[in-house]
Design a protein around this ligand. Structure first.
Ligand code: NAP
Length: 250
């Protein structure tokens, strides 16, 4: 249970779903965790859960689409724990469901800002710290929606495809600096986001999209994130890791 011993991890969207499960798992494995989220209640609850389990965590409120907030959350991490070994760009929103000709322009801008620009900002401002300290790990949550056509998902799918390719090129740019950059492409995961899109009880047709026969759980993605954040994946960089119950294999 010490796969991230002495590491410092900053995880965005840590107040809910995949982010919360990752914060708790990383802390369980010895990381000191900064939980960043727009939602104060959710973020503070994650910190309480970690503390109750004997781990170390701190909350910082941040809107990941805003440069000043991203810079402040990284500063908070370095000031609180002295370094930042792992940045997990996980926060995201689903945006509206509409065919492209009906996709609202303001919604497009908002989804791109929260789901793609945020990843650029996180990488841009964390990399100088990682270079200075001799290395680090950057992880981001993309989606299977960034790998295959996903009708109705407009800006979300475009943003997630952008995250996948940004991952590749930044991995190449900084491989020589001992910074590994990867992303995870989840299938449908039972979180508040998925509930907003599909309702509380997804019908069998949705579940059957994932050949393994069940929806993913936030813990399934946290487990992959733990591997990618830890030294066990020291030869992995520049890759999208698909964790989707077989969704894109069809
Ligand atoms: P979630 O339960 O809705 O959690 C997302 C968290 O991000 C929420 O706490 C949310 O706060 C926060 N957030 C939203 N906008 C933010 C912003 N501008 N700045 C900072 N935090 C912000 O969703 P999830 O399913 O865990 O999603 C996590 C990531 O997985 C996302 O990037 C999502 O696109 C990706 N993903 C999810 C699925 C799935 O099926 N669930 C599949 C593929 C990829 P609020 O609650 O206040 O909005």
């Amino acid at each position: 249970m010490d796969r991230l011993k002495e590491k410092v991890a900053l995880i965005t969207g840590g107040g809910s779903g995949i982010g919360r499960a990752s914060c708790c798992l990383f802390a369980e494995h010895g990381a000191r965790v900064v939980v960043a989220d727009l939602a104060v209640g959710g973020g503070e609850q994650t910190v309480r859960d970690i503390s109750a389990a004997g781990g170390q965590a701190s909350f910082v409120r941040a809107d990941v689409s805003k440069s000043a907030d991203v810079q402040a959350m990284i500063r908070h991490t370095v000031e609180t724990y002295g370094r930042v070994d792992i940045l997990f760009n996980n926060a995201g929103i689903e945006g509206p469901s509409a065919k492209l000709a009906n996709y609202d322009e303001d919604a497009w801008e908002r989804v791109i800002a929260i789901d793609l620009t945020s990843v650029y900002l996180g990488m841009k401002y964390v990399i100088p710290h990682m270079v200075q300290q001799g290395g680090g790990v950057i992880l981001s949550t993309a989606s299977v929606a960034g790998m295959v056509g996903f009708p109705g998902s407009g800006a979300y799918a475009a943003a997630k495809a952008g995250v996948i390719n940004l991952t590749r090129l930044v991995a190449l740019e900084y491989a020589s600096k001992n910074i590994r950059v990867n992303c995870i492409c989840p299938g449908i995961i039972a979180t508040p986001m998925a509930q907003r899109v599909m309702g509380e009880r997804p019908d069998d047709r949705v579940v059957r999209l994932e050949p393994i026969g069940r929806l993913g759980q936030a813990q399934d993605i946290a487990n992959a994130a733990l591997f990618l954040a830890s030294d066990e994946s020291s030869f992995a960089t520049g890759a999208p890791f698909v964790i989707d119950g077989g969704y894109v294999a069809r």
